[in-house]
Structures are given as structure tokens and as C-alpha cells.
Design a protein around this ligand. Sequence first.
Ligand SMILES: [Zn+2]
Length: 489
Amino acid sequence: MRGKLGFLVMAWVSCAVAGGVADVAVFAGATPAIEEPATRAQTRDYAALSKEIYAELIAFRSTADMPENVKAAAEAIQRRLIDAGFPAEDVQVVSPDPALGSVVARFRGQAPGGGPPTREPVMLMAHIDVVDALRSDWDFEPFELREIDGYFYGRGTEDNKAGIAHIVTSFIWMRDEGYVPDRDLIAVFTADEETSSDAIKYLVRERRDLVDSAFAINADAGGGELFDGEPNIFNVQAAEKIYVTFRFTATNPGGHSSRPRPDNAIYELTMALARLSEFTFPVDVGEVARLYFERSSSFTDGQAAVDMQAVAKDPPDGAAAARLSADSPFYNAILHTTCVATRLAAGHADNALPQTAEATVNCRVLPGQNPDDVEATLREVVGNDEIQITRVNTPTASDPSPLTEEIMGILEPIVEDMWPGVPIIPTMSPGATDGNYVRNAGIPVYGVAAIFGDPNDSRAHGQNERVGIKEYYDAQEFWYRLLKSLSGG
Ligand SMILES: [Zn+2]
């Protein structure tokens, strides 16, 4: 393990050394005809380029409220790729909404003997937008890349600008080398993953011509887990739960609070919520969760290891599932559909009986289950026809993406070489990303951010977001190798 890591560190050191020669290359560049693409690749420092792109992206406050910044970031990415030699018609800023912009960049491939590629393209996904961050909540300016004690800090360092920097750098690196993939590689950087996901919906539904692919690799999910600072497991996100929100509404004629009546909208609603709080949806272990528990059990100790084996059996052991769920909200979320109260609003005056009481109940439905059945179950649990249950959003079903031999055959050698002995574990996200809509459109999606981190210290959407500097550069190396391996290199 040490030897392999040593090799990787050497690879980067040699890049850095090559970077030292870059001045000469720039100087030689005064006679452009001399500089062959391969020469440029040999003398350019791609770790430095990756960081430069990363820093440029972090500096855009690309939030939902500031679409002009999202668009400016999209145009900056477009400029980088065109400046690197990609034809302008292959690097588009696309959007149904002129105020926004998603980037679709196609690295054109060729069949090995020449001519159009015979293999279908692969889509590479990341998103440009970020959840906003306030200077007052952070220890420093969030929209500035900062290096402190082995970490890169800044909004979007994890979610999801590292992914864009890794893909863009790999594109430029391969192009500099004169590399020709044996299939098209299509980078898709969306504008609104954190809010509506309208950009990806538009691309897969209305602009399928631009993005149609055999499968997609998503930089916005999956990753590696560090245990005591050492790489422990490599997660591939192969499924996501379905997001559906309900509103529970209790109504009442109301009246003066000095003359209370037995029926009361707030009491009825809270009793319904109390029943919901005691209800658990049945255990359902799909293929991805089964593999996850089976593989995780081998590096877990004690009762938890035994329980993981037991839930991976068919049928899963109910008592084991209950113990795992009690120990971990994450295990609970991947073993069950969940519905939880998230917001509450009721009454209109301190001295009036409430006429309306409303609760928001957010459900995360296991893939393969039907949101209609979840709604029917909620009505049963509430057990009160006076409480109206309505849907706030239309759920998008998303079938799990099977971990095919092709995918494992590509990932396993790279992961084994870079992080020897670290197993690849398929995971299901309790949350949802743009990947959901791509799966729904019939394109399998695999989340492989490849940035290792402490699973108990994820700061995406939170304060002082960060990723390890070494882990960032390792992931850059991983993406470069992955894109080559996906395309015959
Ligand atoms: Zn994200």
C-alpha cells in the first residue's frame, strides 16, 4: 500500500517538476509550430491547472438567487475548453432559460481504425450551482479557495466544483496529449441541481441529441470514506431514493379561544403527526442495499457485522434491520421508505381557535416502490378522513443502475491501483441529485466523486465546506484515468 501511494505521490511530484519547466515551454511557444500537443502535455503541470480551474469556479457565487453568476461560471468553463482547442460547436452553454447556463462539452471520439465511433458516448455529470453561504456564518470568505492545514476550503469545494475541475482538467490534459477517445465523452455541468434540476430535465427530455449516452458517471455522488485518516471504502452511488412531499391540512370553523370546543385543528393535526412518528415503513432491501450491507459487513465488527449479513439475506432478518436502523439514521434510510414532518404552520391569532393547521411531510421512497402506495399508507396511518393529504411535488421514479461487468471492469483496476485493498461498495443515496432524472430517462448513472473524506464530517451545504488537498489531487488523477479507461485508452 505504501509503495503504491509512494508511486502516486511521485507521479504528482514529477508533474510539479515538469511545471518548473513550463516557463521554458511558454517561451518556446513563441514559435507555435514547434509545439506539438504531446510536448505541451509533457511540460504542463496538470495539478496546478486543476487547482487554477477550481479556484476560478469557487470564486463565482453561483447560487439559485444569482443566476447571472451561474451563467458567468458556465461561460468561464466554456472559454477554458475552447482556449484548450476544443471546437466551439462542441462546447455549448445551453439552457431553456436565457438567464441560466449549463455547459455541454463533447470530446469527440473515433473508432480505432478511424471513422465515427462504434461505442455509445458516456456522460460525465457535475453541477455549477451551490447552496449559498454567508460570510457571517463562516470563519472566512466562502467564495475564495483557501488552503489551511491540508484542506481546500470554500463553498462548492466538495459540492460540486471539484467534480467540474476534475473533468475539465482531464479533458484539457487528454487533448494536450493528442489523445483520441474511442467514444464521445460528454461533460454536462448543470445550472440548478440544488433547486429545481430543470436543466438536467430539459437536457434529457428536449436535448437528448446533445447528451444521449450509454451511461453516465456523476461527480456529485459516491466517493471514498476515510477511516482513521486511511482510505477504507470506495462508494459507487448506483441508486437514489424518490423525493415526494405531502401537505397534511386540518381545518375547523374556529371561533373565540375563550370558548374552546372539543374539535381543534391543531390537536387533530398533531395527533395525526404523533401516529406518523410511531410508524415505520416495512424493511425493503433492494439489490444495491443488499450488496452494500454484504460488502460492508466484512470490515465492520461485532453485532453490526452479523446484522449486516442478516439483512443481506433473502428474506432480510427483521430484528437485525431494526437494530441497524436504531444505530444509524443512514442505515434506517436505506432499509426503509421514510416520511417525516419537516414544517408546521397553524392558527391566525393568539385569541382565536385555529381554522387551519398544516404540516409538511417529506418522504424518501425506496426505488422500485410506488409513491401512490406511500400516499395510501399515509392515509391509513393518519386514520382521519378530516385531514386532507395533498402532494406538493410530482415524484420522479428512478430505477437503480445495475453495477455491470463493464462498469466494475473499469473501476476495479483503477481503484485497486490507487487505493490497494479498498473495496468498491455500491450505495443508495437517501438524498436526490440530477442523477435521478438521468436514470429516469433510461440512462444508468454511477456516482463516483472519488474524493475520500471522513463520512462523519461532510460539510456540503454547511459551514466551512472543505475537502482534503491530497484527496482532491488523488481524485484528479482518478478522473483522468477513468476517462481514459472509459474510452479505450
Ligand atoms: Zn451536489
